[in-house]
Design a protein around this ligand. Structure first.
Ligand SMILES: Cc1cc2nc3c(=O)[nH]c(=O)nc-3n(C[C@H](O)[C@H](O)[C@H](O)COP(=O)(O)OP(=O)(O)OC[C@H]3O[C@@H](n4cnc5c(N)ncnc54)[C@H](O)[C@@H]3O)c2cc1C
Length: 503
């Protein structure tokens, strides 16, 4: 692995939540990593992001969960909202119907987190730079050319002076209007906006009667959050081409709620739509896409960053293997992550349709709410929003490709948890028979795979091979004793983690 000021294994365009997560992942494997971010730290749009169950489970497997939970406690303005969430039986909404999580879906974390994007970025930047990634702010990717050996990336600083940086691979984590995607020649087909949403952050002047929470009526919908954010959504009003203003938001609030309001101060206003797009491919040669650069959709249910975090965690160890000369896993990145994005695009389009004004949609919502009283329906939608329904498949064994739940484990070196054993980002072979049979077979992979014999043996399987992202690669129901069984394990180890070394 090499690096000097202008030569890296991986250049990541974009230091948003996804680019920074990927940098943290790559550094676990010693990959020299440069993140190029065009804005100053904290200068991005101030969104408060809902972080759902699967992301939290993964953060626990990276020892970042404690930092995120601590950061949420320090976030001003969310106490009332948090309290309301804790006092309701619902854990999340679908199209503004706050009835998710009432079925049987079990998650390791009891509720979602609400974190300002700036906080997420600062926690991730600390981890990324603390483990050796270089993060350059105020620098923009403006072009790239790739050949068989690498990619030459042109970057420009705020003064307009440009430099060429060489990288083995480039990942575009540069958002919905991705420059990397455009220069890589990757199409971004999808559907045009049907609705316009406006968002403002600030305090209102004078007495106001705008309620907290989410409301839908004949003119659109309106939402007010305790941290000062106000949203509207309207159909059949095309977004103007001019920059959004506080006056435009106030006019929209008036159309939707009938209330005339003025802001005393405005920290931020923005406009967004339900434009829904998916990259035609996630990779061309040495250039890959992750996060919003690969998919955009209406932010209903707060799923975009969650989807992107998990792109990054799926890609990190595969890209690290490619940097070490094993590019074969890279194709599985798109094969696994694209269907997950397609499902999110499906549910966000459906949610936008269910939020439209009108008596027919009223009826549809009422019926939908009735259906969501059935556990099986509620579980289905809850799993989709929480990201816990992901199944990468790829085997006749239905367990393979599913996320492995955390559990306490008794090992030779004392009690631990599965989530803690994955914190180095190494694949994990758990021998649950209390013996070392599986570990012996995996010995020629010990430089890459961590093997642990578990002493309490009432587990549902005899051995589990878990990928660095926490998903199951292989399982055995009986101790790995027969030659066929052993060969099965060797095949799984080789296909995911490379050839054995001679020992
Ligand atoms: C109102 C709203 C609310 C949302 N709420 C939620 C939520 O609750 N939960 C959730 O999961 N998602 C939510 N989302 C979606 C979420 O914000 C995005 O999915 C997420 O930010 C995507 O992260 P990213 O890192 O892929 O891209 P971005 O956050 O867009 O970051 C891309 C970064 O790349 C930088 N960049 C762009 N071009 C270049 C370039 N050429 N060179 C260098 N740097 C560049 C940008 O400055 C930016 O920092 C919401 C979206 C909106 C609009």
């Amino acid at each position: 692995m090499h690096s000097n000021d202008n030569d890296y294994d991986v250049l990541i365009a974009g230091g948003g939540p996804v680019g920074l997560t990927l940098a943290c992942e790559l550094r676990m494997y010693g990959v020299s990593t440069l993140v190029v971010e065009r804005l100053a730290p904290g200068a991005n749009e101030p969104r408060t992001l809902t972080i759902h169950a699967r992301t939290l489970e993964i953060m626990d497997r990276r020892d970042l969960l404690t930092d995120f939970v601590a950061a949420e406690k320090l976030t001003a303005g969310l106490d009332e909202y948090r309290e309301r969430l804790e006092n309701t039986s619902a854990r999340g909404h679908f199209a503004g119907m706050f009835i998710l999580g009432r079925g049987t879906v079990a998650t390791e974390q009891h509720r979602e987190l609400l974190l300002p994007r700036e906080t997420i970025e600062s926690v991730l930047t600390r981890r990324a730079t603390g483990t050796g990634a270089v993060v350059r702010h105020g620098v923009e990717v403006v072009g790239l050319v790739q050949n068989a050996d690498g990619v030459a990336v042109t970057v420009e600083d705020a003064q307009g002076s440009s430099t060429v940086i060489r990288a083995g691979y480039v990942v575009g984590c540069d958002g919905g209007r991705s420059t990397v995607r455009r220069h890589a020649g990757i199409d971004f087909p999808g559907t045009e906006p049907q609705l316009v949403s406006r968002m403002g952050l600030g305090s209102l002047a004078g007495p106001d009667h705008l309620p907290m929470g989410w409301q839908r009526n004949d003119h659109g919908w309106f939402m007010r959050m305790p941290d000062g954010r106000i949203f509207t959504a309207e159909w059949d009003h095309l977004a103007p081409q001019t920059p959004v203003t506080a006056e435009e938001l106030c006019a929209s609030i008036h159309r939707v709620t009938g209330e005339r309001v003025q802001f005393a101060d405005v920290r931020f206003v923005s406009r967004f739509t339900d434009s829904t797009r998916l990259a035609s491919q996630y990779r061309t040669g040495r250039v890959l896409l992750a996060g919003d650069a690969a998919h955009v959709h209406f932010p209903a249910g707060g799923q975009g960053a969650n989807l992107g975090f998990q792109d990054a965690v799926n890609l990190g160890w595969k890209l690290a293997a490619a940097c070490q000369g094993r590019p074969g896993l890279l194709d599985t990145y798109e094969a696994e992550r694209r269907p997950v994005a397609e499902r999110v695009l499906l549910n966000t389009r459906a949610q936008a349709a269910l939020m439209r004004p009108g008596p027919q949609v009223d009826a549809l919502r009422a019926l939908f709410a009735e259906l969501m009283d059935f556990d099986v329906v509620n579980d289905h939608l809850t799993g989709a929003i929480y990201g816990t329904d992901v199944h990468y498949g790829g085997s006749d064994d239905p367990r393979v490709g599913r996320f492995v739940a955390d559990r306490p484990l008794k090992t030779d070196s004392g009690p631990t948890r599965l989530a803690e054993l994955l914190r180095e980002g190494r694949p994990l072979l758990l021998d649950l028979t209390g013996t070392s049979t599986a570990a012996r077979i995996a010995h020629p992979w010990t430089d890459r795979v961590r093997t642990v014999a578990v002493l309490d043996t009432d587990a549902e399987a005899a051995a589990l091979l878990i990928r660095p992202d926490g998903y199951l690669a292989w399982a055995a129901d009986a101790p790995v004793r027969t030659p066929a069984h052993a060969e099965d394990l060797r095949t799984a180890l080789t296909s995911w983690f490379g050839d054995p070394i001679s020992v």
